[in-house]
Write a protein that binds this ligand. Structure first.
Ligand code: MGD
Ligand code: MGD
Ligand code: SF4
Ligand code: MO
Length: 727
């Protein structure tokens, strides 16, 4: 029996795990108490790491499908089929007929961080889709417009803040999102223990809300009104700082006085004023908002208002406020001030604008089913299950069956991948090295951690980096080595940049000095050494490199977040663009919504600590206990509608209907029902024995693919009008 250390790849908390290895298998997992970031914290998902590793339904060899029959093939055979078919579709219909969907776990693998975007580009098509447009795209757009960089997302300085306002997030169950912090519950308790204040705004009284000083139930989809009420108060009561653009924001906030918005959002005007005053008066404060506010009708405006409040109260970029992390692989050196653009092209069928090089996931189905020049005929999915995760996913599932070719990089035969012709399964996490490319930019403390593979790959088995690199080569149709190309470009740019520690050095010499057994690891070494804390190839002795991280199995602490706004800003003006015209224009839509407080039940989602989107329901240790896929409803609504606890109800929206077990609970406010997403298993042709026995229904049968936040193209997944009756 031995132990090994591995960063948990299941949620954004990125806890350090201590794995037990017995006879060449992972047989246990617990928190690594010496991990510099998580200090021993773990949740039930991390603790079932061994079940995921050893899941008998997990695919271990590439598979090729003919009709309904799957057969296992060698990697070379599988790639040969992919090459023939992907190239064939491009030859017959042009590269634009090829599409890609990148799912959430790409943010949790080194492979996703290093190769996913390059693979998308290599397809030569604008049909690029990802889970970002059913998730956080509004935040990218607001950051792009405000700061000129869609990746510059401020996070609440959890360890030091004295006042935290959380909207539409339940980090006690989700682990936190766009805010990487291990042990979120502990950090919220510590905030209160040091005399700080926690306020939670959520239509459900969540486990996070239960830790708060105050909780407000809000009408789903109306956070922008509440936040504008706060902004209005800050100006009206002379509490706001007045940076450039403040006057314009003040003008926009006219009409959104707390007294004008209270009916729409359901939070009393006096409480909105109190929030504004407290945020302004606190020694430090941060507003933090997530999924409930982002997958919503006014997602971008809300995301923007969160930062506007942080800015107007003087809390952006200061300790205890909302701050910008600095990840170890981010380059030191000159940054461009090109700014951010959206809508550089539009989707073919619905004419929806491009954002960050992609199109809204909700319209992928339209591009597949609508005939004409540019119709999608081939699809690549990497770590995604859009049939369950995107609105109207059932229709997408049907459409996938009509594709000429589909290849999925995925360890499971599930609701989406059952439509593929080839599945390329990555090895289980123990067999790949890990470094978080995505979450260093979002962590509440700067650290550097690398986990080497814990167990060896089987002979000839590629890791996911190698799989994606090979797919990229196939997609590009060129025989170039993608890693070589990228590394050469990076090194050339650095050696030519007067602000770089390697300015003037010989690129070939630097490349020759990289360590790492694989091209992916050499790329990581390069990024670390040219990064903000890097050794600069000797220019900064003691600085970071892959070697340095290998020598620190529990990670290296780089300290609390530091103010760095000047370094972050990439707007052409060099300032924060506090009142971007695109947002100002969309506020008209928000103002129109003031008129009508909608009656009727609306549907929202929720997450459970022991579940993770659509793909961890096949692990016995996580699905044990009572049914989690229930429709939560308030007792008053249940009585009015004649619903009985634990009995089935029929839920109908404008898009579809499901039959689901009722759970009567005061946790959810009157007028609101809640159903988790990611369920709806047991479909023919899938392979998930445990998941099929806990099938549930898909919430996205009810969500509407036509309902998008217009600026970001993000799907509206919360606040869906529904009717409910006993089934
Ligand atoms: N109604 C509603 N819908 C939602 C949401 C909601 O709140 N409500 N939430 C949305 C959000 S926030 C998100 S992020 C999306 C997620 O949407 P998706 O990313 O499309 O879906 P997941 O369920 O995360 O599916 C992940 C897939 O990756 C596979 N996988 C797991 N590990 C690996 C790996 O290491 N490598 C590879 N290649 N594959 C792997 C799994 O088998 C699974 O097929 O869902 C969205 N959909
Ligand atoms: N255990 C677990 N952890 C996860 C995941 C998981 O599926 N399970 N998924 C991961 C992913 S992909 C993501 S993106 C993150 C998401 O992380 P979070 O954003 O923390 O996700 P949720 O737990 O869904 O919390 C969203 C909250 O918004 C509330 N809400 C719904 N509508 C509204 C609204 O209109 N206004 C307000 N103010 N609140 C609203 C819901 O009641 C819910 O409590 O979690 C990640 N971590
Ligand atoms: S909180 Fe997230 S990162 Fe930590 S053990 Fe649980 S799933 Fe893994
Ligand atoms: Mo997500």
């Amino acid at each position: 029996m031995t132990t090994a250390y591995r960063i948990c790849p299941f949620c954004e908390a990125t806890c350090g795990l201590e794995l037990t290895i017995t006879d060449g298998r992972v047989t246990g997992a617990r928190g690594d108490k010496d991990d510099v970031f998580s200090r021993g914290f773990i949740c039930p998902k991390g603790a079932t790491f061994d079940e995921l590793e050893n899941d008998p339904d997990r695919l271990r060899r590439p598979m090729v499908r003919t009709g309904a029959d799957w057969r296992e093939v060698t990697w070379d055979e599988a790639f040969a089929v992919v090459e023939r078919e992907l190239t064939g579709v491009a030859e017959r219909h042009g590269p634009q007929s090829r599409a890609i969907y990148l799912g959430n776990p790409n943010a949790h693998t080194l492979a996703g961080g290093l190769y996913a975007r390059g693979l998308a580009k290599a397809l030569g098509s604008t049909n690029v889709y990802s889970a970002s447009t059913v998730d956080q795209m509004p935040k990218h757009v607001s950051s792009g417009l405000l700061f000129g960089d869609s990746l510059a997302i401020p996070v609440p300085d959890l360890d030091r803040t004295s006042y935290l306002l959380i909207l539409g997030a339940n980090p006690v169950d989700s682990g936190g999102s766009l805010c990487t912090a291990a042990d979120f519950p502990g950090k919220l308790k510590a905030l209160r223990a040091r005399g700080g204040t926690l306020v939670v705004v959520d239509p459900r009284r969540t486990r996070t809300a239960r830790l708060a000083d105050r909780h407000f139930g809000i009408r789903p989809g109306t956070d922008a009104y509440l936040l504008f009420g706060i902004v209005h108060t800050l100006f009206e009561e002379g509490l706001a700082e007045r940076p450039e653009g403040a006057g314009d924001v003040e003008g926009l906030s006219g009409g959104f006085a707390p007294e004008a918005v209270e009916d729409v959002c359901g939070v009393p005007a006096a409480e909105i004023r109190r929030l504004a005053r407290e945020l302004a008066a606190a020694p430090s404060a941060a507003v933090y908002a997530r999924i409930g506010t982002s997958t919503a009708e006014f997602g971008t405006i809300t995301s923007w208002l969160v930062d506007v409040v942080n800015i107007l109260t003087g809390n952006l970029d200061r300790p205890g406020g909302a701050m910008f992390p600095l990840a170890p692989h981010r380059p030191a050196g000159t940054r461009s001030r090109r700014g951010f653009r959206l809508g550089r092209w539009h989707s073919r069928v619905r004419k929806l604008p491009e954002i960050r090089g992609e199109l809204p996931a909700a319209t992928l189905v339209d591009e597949i089913v609508t005939t004409g020049e540019g119709q999608v005929r081939a699809l690549v999915t990497v770590a995604g299950n859009p049939v369950l995760s995107t609105p109207g996913g059932d229709r997408l599932g049907e459409a996938l069956g009509d594709l000429e070719f589909m290849v999925s990089v995925d360890p499971y035969l599930n609701e989406t991948t059952r439509h593929a012709h080839v599945i390329l399964p990555p090895p289980p996490p123990s067999r790949s090295g890990h470094y978080d490319i995505a979450f260093g930019d979002l962590a509440v403390r700067n650290t550097a951690r690398y986990s080497p593979p814990v167990l060896p790959l089987a002979d000839g088995e590629p890791d996911e980096c190698a799989i994606l690199a090979r797919l990229t080569r196939i997609a590009s149709g060129k025989d170039a080595d993608v890693d070589e190309v990228i590394m050469t470009r990076l090194v050339r740019a650095a050696t030519a940049d007067p602000a770089s520690p390697v300015h003037g050095e010989d690129p070939a010499d630097l490349l020759g000095r990289l360590t790492g057994d694989t091209p992916a690891l050499r790329r990581l070494d390069l990024m670390l050494r040219l990064g903000a804390y890097g050794d600069g190839f000797g220019a900064a002795p003691g600085g970071l490199s892959l070697e340095a991280l290998r020598n620190a199995p529990h990670g290296i602490d780089l300290g609390p977040l530091r103010p760095r706004l000047d370094d972050v800003l990439r707007t052409p003006s060099g300032r924060i663009e506090l009142c971007p015209p695109e947002i100002a224009e969309d506020v008209t839509r928000l103002r129109e919504g003031l008129a009508g407080r909608r009656a009727g039940l609306v549907l929202i989602g929720r997450r459970h600590l022991r579940s993770n989107n659509s793909w961890m329901h096949n692990l016995p240790g996580l699905v044990r206990g009572s049914n989690r896929c229930t429709l939560q409803i308030h007792p008053d609504d249940a009585e009015r509608l004649g619903l009985t606890d634990a009995r089935p109800a029929e839920v109908t929206s404008g898009t579809g209907a499901v039959e689901v077990e009722v759970e009567i609970t005061e946790e959810v406010m009157p007028g609101v029902v809640s159903l988790p997403h990611g369920w709806g298993h047991g479909r023919p042709g899938t392979r998930g024995t445990v998941a099929a026995a806990h099938a549930g229904v898909s919430a996205n049968t009810l969500t509407d693919p036509l309902a998008l936040d217009p600026l970001s193209g993000n799907a509206v997944l919360n606040g869906i009008p529904v009717r409910v009756r006993p089934a």
